[in-house]
Design a protein around this ligand. Structure first.
Ligand SMILES: Nc1nc2c(c(=O)[nH]1)N[C@H]1C(S)=C(S)[C@@H](COP(=O)(O)OP(=O)(O)OC[C@H]3O[C@@H](n4cnc5c(=O)[nH]c(N)nc54)[C@H](O)[C@@H]3O)O[C@H]1N2
Ligand SMILES: Nc1nc2c(c(=O)[nH]1)N[C@H]1C(S)=C(S)[C@@H](COP(=O)(O)OP(=O)(O)OC[C@H]3O[C@@H](n4cnc5c(=O)[nH]c(N)nc54)[C@H](O)[C@@H]3O)O[C@H]1N2
Ligand code: SF4
Ligand SMILES: [Mo]
Length: 726
């Protein structure tokens, strides 16, 4: 019997609304829901394969434990939890709470209930060592909210914007930002929205742009400063907005003075007229967004790029203003009151836990994950000895793969929650086999929460509820990820007090409303969600009545004017950021690694999500590995052709890759997806395993002094044909 059910794809943060066929209790096919008002029928190949992940033989159906011979053997989840609790208790008693860390990876976030319980458990064991993928992704975003301050009314969405600037992101493939970006961008362009894209590659989204600046990797702040200078010189900025709502404007004006169109064109390798056109197009119009992606966040000046993007929005007065309609007042997640006023800048780093490495501290983006391997390796008081990896894959994803491998090997206890034998699962002492998307209740809270980032989230009040639609495979012993933390709490005699997800965007309110969980009687995942969404603007009960995902009819809301006597200002002249910019404006040579002819930049492959399911034959119908894309003229010059195996060498290490001609690249750039490659030290076939770009990076070189993120894009490399004699 086949039934067809509405649900949410939870394979990435986009959370598209979908239809799923369930046959004899197992999901068999997935299609985008054409009637869905936000995803409009979109479902990518990764999502269409989601049913397969539930049923593939590759999926773990039981948890695993490393035996005395070092082999991973099946174990009941109950025994696994009991043993893990004992081992963590022992480490904590002997070495203190700081010896226990968690890492929340992308699939930890895709399941917000798990993140909430993991954080509650860490609080209960009193360990501050919470790391996430955010600090090796786009840490500049959270940091900027402190450096620049936050505009309480937020910004416009693509359906109403006059201009939009995308700085090193490719949302049509990555879904960074709005849901179904291709649909939204095409519609907005038809309406007249102007699109500017900065990317060394002519990406899918760059092809739709009014101006594409195909800049040298890592030169984004130079280009943005140049655009600011043009906007200010031509008086295209919103002087009244700046006067009322910004501070340190004069310092900004002085600092961008050095970034003449000629200087920028020479440094960034773009045409002066394109730069001027881009600045004018972005500044025209009343409402706009400048948003950055992973590329520039990883290429050496991430905080500065993100900061300047928001400074551009502020200088142009592009934020929502008093009287503007509020696009989405919040459905499952409460937002800041939409007022035309600024929450002043606040410390972005330098508080909370002090790391023992590179003087790093906690930050608004969280503890620097790039320092986690060192914190495990560095002996002495405070050393991390146990790590729980929640839906992430450190061995493949963290920078400096060789150091990561050494660190994971050194741990006394490594636990992964993962449905697959990932590179990290293979190294783990325990692998907890989780339920997958369609086996547990969920909802669209995650995508709604992402609205804390300008331009992300739903542009209308929208929510969807998705109850479980199938059971785990017969005979399996899998648990909902969050239950690991609940049950560890039970075993260790702790009371867990998770923060409501409904209040996540307002941390003080979430802290004050921590939920007392009954530690005797375990809730179902659905019941847990009921608790986690208490206090949501629209009662979760109401949302649950509609499984189809729908727009919520709310009374017309407008942005309120600034409160009388309000003093908060957006800081457009943060001294640390302007200090960094000033150095880039000096006339030192731009080539920081003259001995390395190429810069390797990151990218996403359309059909593969990070390190997930690389052996799925449908996902790999185009690429079974991550090609090393290079400009055809660069290949010619090196006497190489598509399909040749090349050795790519950075100051840190060498990897093998398979060259592929790509005329959409700027010359001198190699573009390669991350999270591929085999286990270092084992035989690797670049046609099967691909190459791990993280191995080329070093955590103690070219790193951001605050978030610790090293250069993971714009990596200096040389390329040559593989030395067959090795
Ligand atoms: N050089 C370089 N390095 C990079 C990047 C780059 O661009 N360049 N990108 C960085 C970025 S942006 C990120 S986010 C990180 C990625 O960092 P991670 O999140 O650490 O890596 P993923 O590969 O996304 O790991 C996902 C894991 O979750 C498992 N999984 C799949 N489905 C489920 C599920 O339903 N439940 C659970 N529990 N697990 C599941 C998969 O098997 C996989 O092992 O990599 C970073 N590293
Ligand atoms: N299909 C697919 N979708 C994904 C993922 C995936 O692996 N596959 N991963 C998910 C994750 S974890 C994340 S964080 C998001 C990321 O989402 P995005 O940030 O949109 O990721 P990319 O598509 O890699 O786009 C980054 C772009 O930056 C460019 N770039 C590299 N270096 C520089 C630079 O120095 N300056 C500029 N201006 N551009 C540069 C690259 O050429 C690339 O086009 O995608 C998510 N979605
Ligand atoms: S974009 Fe993300 S949520 Fe949508 S179908 Fe693809 S994987 Fe699923
Ligand atoms: Mo990411």
């Amino acid at each position: 019997m086949v039934t067809t059910q509405q649900s949410i794809c939870r394979f990435c943060h986009a959370q598209c609304g979908v239809w799923v066929d369930v046959e004899n209790g197992a999901p068999t096919a997935l299609r985008g829901d054409k009637s869905n008002p936000v995803s409009h029928g979109y479902a990518c190949l990764k999502g269409r394969e989601l049913p397969t992940y539930h049923t593939t033989d590759e999926r773990l159906r039981h948890s695993l434990r490393r035996d005395e011979q070092g082999e991973l053997q099946p174990i009941s989840s109950e025994t696994a939890v009991t043993e893990i609790a004992e081992r963590i208790q022992a480490l904590r008693d002997r070495y203190g709470p700081r010896s226990v860390a968690i890492y929340i990876g992308t699939h930890g976030y895709n399941n917000l209930a798990t993140a909430a319980l993991a954080l509650a458990w860490m609080e209960a064991i009193e360990s501050p060592m919470v790391f996430t993928s955010v600090t090796i992704d786009q840490p500049g975003k959270a940091v900027t909210s402190g450096l620049h301050g936050v505009w309480m009314a937020g910004c416009t969405y693509m359906d109403a914007a006059d201009s939009w600037m995308i700085i090193g992101a490719n949302p049509i493939v990555s879904m960074l930002g709005p849901v179904n970006p291709a649909y939204q961008i095409n519609r907005a362009r038809k309406r007249g929205m102007k699109l500017v894209v900065l990317d060394p590659r002519r990406t899918e989204v760059a092809r739709l742009a009014d101006v594409h600046l195909q800049l040298r990797p890592g030169t984004d702040p130079i280009v943005l400063a140049g655009m600011l200078r043009i906007i200010l010189t031509e008086c295209l900025h919103d002087a009244a907005f700046v006067d009322t709502h910004a501070c340190h404007f004069d310092q900004l004006v002085t600092t961008v003075e050095a970034f003449t169109p000629q200087f920028v064109a020479e440094r960034a390798g773009v045409a002066e007229e394109d730069l001027v056109k881009a600045a004018r197009l972005y500044a025209q119009g009343d409402r706009g967004v400048a948003t950055a992606g992973t590329g520039p966040n990883m290429s050496g000046h991430g905080n500065l790029t993100e900061y300047l993007a928001q400074v551009l929005m502020t200088v142009c007065g592009h934020w929502l203003q008093a009287g503007d309609p509020v696009p989405n007042p919040g459905v499952l997640i409460k937002r800041l009151e939409p007022r035309a006023q600024a929450l002043a800048a606040s410390p972005a780093w330098g508080f909370g836990e002090q790391l023992r490495i590179r003087n790093l501290t906690d930050t608004l983006a969280g503890l620097p994950t790039a320092a986690l391997a060192d914190e495990i390796l560095l002996e002495g008081e405070g050393q991390i000895r146990a790590l729980i990896n929640i839906g992430g894959n450190p061995l493949m994803a963290w920078p400096d793969q060789l150091k990561t491998q050494a660190a994971l090997e050194k741990l006394d206890l490594l636990v992964s929650i993962d449905p697959a034998m990932s590179g990290t699962s293979i190294m783990s002492d325990y692998v907890i086999a989780p339920t997958l998307t369609f086996e547990a209740d969920s909802n669209t809270a995650l995508q709604e929460f992402l609205a804390s980032i300008p331009s992300w989230g739903y542009s209308q009040p929208y929510a969807q509820y998705a109850p479980a639609i199938c059971e785990p495979p017969p005979g399996s012993d899998v648990i909902d990820d969050w239950k690991l933390f609940y049950r560890l709490g039970q075993q260790m005699g702790l009371a867990l007090k998770p923060k409501p997800v409904s209040l996540m965007m307002i941390p003080p309110e979430a802290d004050a409303a921590a939920i007392e969980l009954d530690m005797e009687n375990e809730l179902s995942t659905g019941e847990l969600w009921d608790r986690l969404l208490e206090g949501s603007p629209i009662p979760y009960e109401t949302v649950k009545q509609h499984r189809e995902g729908r727009l919520i009819d709310l009374p017309d809301a407008r942005v309120k004017p600034m409160e009388e006597g309000w003093t908060g200002r957006l800081d457009v002249g943060n001294h640390v950021m302007l200090g960094q910019l000033e150095i880039l404006g000096k006339s030192t040579p731009h080539d920081d690694y003259p001995d390395y002819a190429f810069r390797l930049v990151s990218r996403r492959l359309a059909d593969i999500h990070n390190s997930c399911w690389h052996r799925n034959t449908t996902l790999t119908r185009r690429y079974t590995y991550n090609p090393a894309f290079m400009h055809p003229a660069d290949l010619d010059e090196l006497g190489l052709k598509s399909g040749d195996v090349v050795e790519i060498t950075s100051p840190r290490a060498s990897i093998l890759g398979v060259a592929e001609a790509a005329s959409d690249l700027r010359r001198g750039v190699i573009s390669m997806a991350h999270c591929w490659g085999g286990v270092p030290g084992s035989p690797e076939d670049p046609h099967i395993d691909g190459g791990n770009t993280g191995r080329l990076t070093a955590t103690d070189r070219d790193f951001d002094p605050h978030t610790g993120i090293p250069r993971m894009s714009a990596i200096p490399v040389n390329v040559c044909a593989q030395d067959q004699t090795k």
